[in-house]
Write a protein that binds this ligand. Structure first.
Ligand code: DX5
Ligand code: ZN
Length: 229
């Protein structure tokens, strides 16, 4: 299999020490992660509550990684400008949370960020069919959003492969991202299916030997997927 497409790693702060995001951000960057993933939850779209744009802004001073902000909130259009100003490079909204998805994606780009769409496991891919030109990233959720440390849903492998085909057929160079249950075991499977950005919370920040070991384990798994025939 060819290895031309570089796979990027996005550690999720959801599994880091909430009292020391600055240190977590530095450790992830030093381990070679290209992105830093922020899980924003409002207690409505998902049961959990995390943090808002102030936190993104505070961490911005401690990392030059690409800030990948995953909004698990209702009516995300209300907060896009604030997250862009806080330093988000990529802002991803859930299709299920947007009544006017195309407008919201355009709004993200107008704010100077890259526009992402996330799909819950049960949401069909066809909801993005007519907004492909408006997206820079497609996030296929491989667990139901809301919590870290959940089990990867195997049926999502088929969805990732279909998403890869959909983007390729449309001539889109949007990044295909996966999020939930990504570790050394699932990484080769999702990479072979066509994923190009790996979000990983517990397998990086919860790794028993530390963040560097967590990122290296994923890197090794990517290598296995791309080099093995
Ligand atoms: C889940 C979040 C994920 C979470 C993943 O709602 O979107 O980003 O941090 O955690 P793990 O990698 O532990 O499944
Ligand atoms: Zn996420």
């Amino acid at each position: 299999m060819s290895s031309e497409a570089r796979v990027l790693i996005a550690p999720s702060l959801l599994s880091a020490d909430f009292a020391d995001f600055a240190q977590a951000a530095r450790a992830a960057r030093e381990a070679g992660a290209e992105l830093l993933h922020f899980d924003v939850m409002d207690g409505l779209f998902v049961p959990n509550i995390t943090f808002g744009p102030q936190t993104v802004q505070a961490v911005r001073h401690h990392s030059d990684a690409l800030f990948d902000v995953h909004l698990m909130i209702v009516q995300p259009e209300r907060y896009i400008e604030q997250f862009a100003q806080a330093g988000a490079d990529i802002i991803t909204v859930h299709a299920e949370a947007c009544v006017h998805l195309q407008r919201t994606l355009a709004q993200i780009r107008e704010c100077g960020a890259r526009a992402g769409v996330a799909l819950n496991p049960a949401t069909p891919l066809n909801v993005i069919e007519y907004v492909i030109p408006d997206i820079d990233l497609l996030l296929v959720m491989t667990v139901n959003p809301g919590f870290g440390g959940q089990q990867f849903i195997p049926e999502m492998l088929r969805k990732i492969a279909r998403a890869r085909a959909l983007l390729d057929e449309a001539g889109s160079d949007a990044w295909l991202e996966v999020d939930g249950g990504i570790n050394g075991v699932t990484t080769p499977m999702v990479v072979r299916a066509g994923a190009r950005v790996l979000v990983a919370g517990s397998s990086v920040f919860g790794h028993p030997e530390g963040v560097r070991a967590g990122v290296e384990e994923l890197r090794q798994a990517v290598w296995e997927a791309q080099e093995r025939v």
